[in-house]
Design a protein around this ligand. Structure first.
Ligand code: BG6
Length: 479
């Protein structure tokens, strides 16, 4: 008998997501090394062009590392490293069944190329994961979330260097060996496709206008694909119960008009986003990508064994982050991933992120139709400059945003998509990845620190806290 679904499955995981570099702080404690995130300066009110953290040049890197006048918010985060139990109390109170977190590479291998891991770092994460276990919260752990040891940038040139494959594999196998009993779901690299914004943080490649930067980026990505395959292969052989997932940021592009040129451009641009999933889930470099490489004079250096490593070690699940959508207009935009047009039908938040719940339905349905593997939402949320008044935050705007997105997700489930978890970004306020400010808040819990880390540090439940608690207890029925 064919039976249709009517909502989220009974064991659906509800939770929230964070990244170590945006919340932990304690940037030089217990043997931690310096990461790319630790040198991201606060830029609000400063000329952002002169402090571009997306395309970091050698000169900019020297400035970030040696300029005493800059302030680095991620070095403090929200002191999660020392206060994680207090934050977990809040998550437990909301009824979280999962929590997405990342491990800082620099706590385990401070410089990335040591022979032995830092024992204090391993002990810290064992404590954190054990606390989650005691609370009945399933961890979903990202191995690399926009941070890498700075030494791997300065000494090796980041992921463009093939040596990074083994250094990263060494780190990941240490994580698997130490935590396979506490962690089932692993995401190897955060948003592997978002190279237009995160080439420095994720790939550690410095920008030099004389080079073919796109080629360098895709070379780094190729090495990440191979590393992913080797991590998957190791996990499958040693810890077959562990699931190894990949993650894409879905920045869905819709045609600006029904002009065939806009429709075709949107199709081609979206396809270059699928490229990452096509390699890691279907197992091959697709022809359209090879053509794109040709058009852009990209010649990748590969070894004969790479093809088999990629082909034989596919992702077990797909994690998607979804915040906004954009349009493409063939009159104005080309194939550059950062080149987009605003959608005149959508409202935006203060940072220009267009709110489009329907895009989440389209996106999850598309991924399901294309890949047919289990999926989860690893991030979805609404950044806003919340105001704390008399110990309360009335964030109905956030509730409205999340409600509409969860509804859209449910529709994708009803239409067949196999989705096993939803993590909003971020359950408590943390430092923004893009702008390194505290004022762009996402949490259900207000954390009383300002952009410069001043404040009481007290935690306050926002209105959305009580709303999400109901969503969880009703398994997404009461929105
Ligand atoms: C995602 C990142 O792309 O967006 C997170 O994985 C980030 O690390 C989130 O925090 C929201 O972006 P921002 O810049 O508002 O913090």
């Amino acid at each position: 008998m064919v039976k249709s679904k009517n909502g989220f499955k009974d064991n659906f995981l509800w939770g929230g997501a964070t990244a170590a570099n945006q919340c932990e702080g304690a940037w030089n404690k217990d043997g931690k090394g310096i990461s790319t995130a630790d040198i991201q300066p606060y830029t609000k009110g400063i000329n952002r062009k002169s402090l571009n953290f997306n395309h970091v040049t050698k000169q900019a890197l020297d400035n970030f590392m040696n300029n005493n006048e800059l302030f680095y918010p991620k070095r403090n985060g929200v002191h999660f490293y020392d206060r994680y139990e207090e934050y977990f109390d809040k998550l437990e109170d909301m009824g979280f069944s999962c929590f997405r977190m990342s491990i800082a590479w620099t706590r385990i291998f401070p410089n990335g190329d040591e022979k032995k891991p830092n024992k204090k770092g391993l002990q810290h994460y064992r404590n954190v994961l054990t606390s989650l276990k005691k609370r009945g919260i399933t961890p979903i752990v990202t191995m690399s979330h926009y941070e890498m040891p700075i030494n791997l940038v300065t000494k090796y040139g980041g992921w463009e260097n093939r040596k990074l494959i083994n250094l990263f594999l060494n780190y990941c196998t240490v994580l698997l060996d130490n935590f396979h009993d506490l962690v089932k779901y692993w995401i190897v690299i955060n948003q592997i496709n978002l190279i237009q914004y995160e080439s420095f943080g994720s790939l550690g490649i410095l920008y030099d206008k004389n080079n073919n930067y796109l080629e360098q980026q895709f070379q780094g990505i190729h090495h990440q694909f191979v590393a992913f395959g080797l991590v998957k292969s190791y996990a499958q052989e040693h810890y077959p119960d562990n699931k190894i997932g990949t993650m894409l940021a879905d920045c869905i592009l819709q045609p600006y008009s029904c002009r065939p040129e806009d429709v075709e451009l949107a199709f081609k641009r979206n396809r270059m986003q699928y490229f990452f999933g096509d390699v890691q889930i279907l197992g091959n470099y697709p022809d359209y990508a090879l053509q794109y490489f040709k058009d852009n004079n990209i010649q990748l250096k590969t070894l004969p064994e790479d093809e088999k490593i990629i082909h034989d070690n596919l992702a077990d699940f797909l994690c998607i982050s979804y915040y906004y959508s954009y349009c493409v207009d063939a009159y104005k935009n080309g194939m550059d991933p950062a080149d987009t047009t605003k959608n005149p039908y959508l409202k935006e938040n203060e940072w220009g992120w267009a709110i489009n719940p329907s895009g989440l339905y389209v996106t999850m349905s598309n991924y399901w139709d294309r890949y047919h593997i289990p999926m989860m939402i690893g991030e979805n949320g609404f950044g806003f400059e919340d105001k704390l008044m008399d110990g309360k935050v009335h964030d109905q705007y956030r509730i409205d945003y999340l409600k509409k997105h969860i509804k859209a997700l449910k529709q994708a489930v009803i239409d067949g998509a196999d989705i096993f978890a939803y993590c909003s970004w971020a359950p408590f306020d943390i430092v923004s990845a893009g702008t390194a400010e505290m004022s762009k808040r996402y949490g259900y819990v207000y954390v009383d620190y300002d952009d410069f880390g001043n404040g009481s540090g007290k935690l306050y439940n926002k209105d959305s806290f009580y709303w999400y608690k109901k969503v969880i207890s009703s398994n997404g029925e009461e929105l």
